[in-house]
Design a protein around this ligand. Structure first.
Ligand code: 5GP
Ligand code: MN
Length: 345
């Protein structure tokens, strides 16, 4: 079922875009394909309209997105805070894409909260709390890139979507749906893909650029994770993988190397809930995925200071890896019935 974006929202978006001279586009920490794709696409549209616009991201962009046109001029706030601070001082508009809370921009959150110009949020995560003048938040849309396309189109600005913008939008749509394997049943998604193809994207090449550029180390890490680290708990229809810092170092871990790894237990017959535990310097980062009605968003929010979507969310804990896993396993019995009933099979 397609979402309807109310006309006043579209009008506000168009007015802000048309009156903005210099804008900043930001997204969440550890940016994924949807975060980077939406930022690059909006910057492209603004630039094509003759507006100055800059993309600032809280930290590094993963390797599998490096081929995207214009990525080299994205500012990594961790590496170049001075350049970003300067943009923030002089900009009149701030676009927040693919996140719902300034906290998700980590080191940049004070900058976002203190920004004196207009703020526009375009996002698909539930429960937006970011203070913005225009809030375009639709959880039923599977990616921010898809939502952004609709907003731009309905604002009458689709003539500014060139091939680079279309490539970036497709990347977000593809990666946020696991290559159209989940949250991808809305016909509107495919109408938009048809329009992106007409603009000139090479869908097969984009797929190859994103999914077929693994290093040997990355594949070996996946092999190790599946052979030695994947735990399946059929009685709770749950699976998980945990990787220590030492294991990540052993496989020369690069940002992006564990992208998608969380999903593997879900392809074991009967499994409907899975977790990836990654040991970081001072915390354990967790990714959650599920099938059907089991809300990983509620689960990660309740126990692991996290959030996200129903079927895909993340969180973290200060517990050690062993303690985190023990705690996680101790929570499962109370969810047994929910896990049994959330998805057929
Ligand atoms: P991933 O597991 O791929 O890192 O994230 C899956 C989804 O959960 C994304 O939509 C991401 O924005 C969200 N997410 C990941 N980690 C966190 C977190 O620590 N807090 C919140 N609120 N959301 C998160
Ligand atoms: Mn997204």
């Amino acid at each position: 079922m397609s979402v309807k974006i109310e006309n006043p929202l579209i009008d506000s978006f168009r007015q802000i875009v048309e009156s903005s001279k210099k804008s900043i586009i930001v997204s969440h920490v550890n940016p994924d394909g949807d975060a980077i794709g939406s930022c690059l696409a909006l910057r492209g549209v603004l630039n094509n309209m003759g507006r100055e616009a800059h993309v600032v991201i809280p930290n590094e962009t993963p390797e599998f997105l490096q081929w995207l046109d214009g990525l080299d001029s994205v500012i990594d706030y961790e590496k170049n805070p001075a350049i970003a601070d300067d943009y923030f001082k002089n900009a009149d508009t701030l676009f927040c894409l693919d996140f719902n809370d300034f906290e998700r921009s980590e080191g940049m959150k004070e900058l976002l909260a203190a920004f004196g110009g207009k703020r526009v949020l375009i996002d698909h995560h539930p429960g937006p709390v970011a203070q913005c003048d225009v809030l375009i938040s639709f959880t039923a849309v599977s990616s921010t890139c898809e939502l952004l396309f609709k907003v731009i189109e309905e604002a009458g600005l689709s003539k500014y979507i060139d091939k680079s913008c279309a490539d970036a939008i497709f990347v977000g749509m593809m990666t946020d749906t696991g290559n159209f394997s989940y949250n991808a049943s809305d016909p509107e998604t495919y109408h938009i893909i048809a329009k992106l193809l007409e603009i000139g994207i090479d869908k097969d090449l984009i797929h190859s650029n994103v999914y077929h550029t693994f290093s040997e180390d990355r594949w070996r890490l996946i092999g190790h994770s599946l052979k030695d680290k994947m735990i399946i708990l059929p009685e709770f229809r749950t699976g998980y993988i945990s990787l220590s810092k030492r294991e990540l170092e052993q496989f020369h871990y690069q940002p992006g190397d564990t992208e998608g790894l969380v999903n593997y237990p879900l392809s074991v017959k009967g499994i409907v809930f899975c977790v990836l535990f990654l040991e970081k310097d001072d915390h354990v980062k967790m990714s959650f995925r599920s099938k059907g009605s089991f809300s990983t968003n509620d689960f990660s929010r309740k126990y692991f200071n996290g959030g996200g979507h129903i079927n895909a969310s993340g969180g973290s804990t200060k517990l050690s890896m062993d303690e985190a896993i023990k705690f996680f396993e101790s929570l499962l019995p109370q969810y047994r019935n929910e896990l049994m009933d959330c998805f057929p099979g």
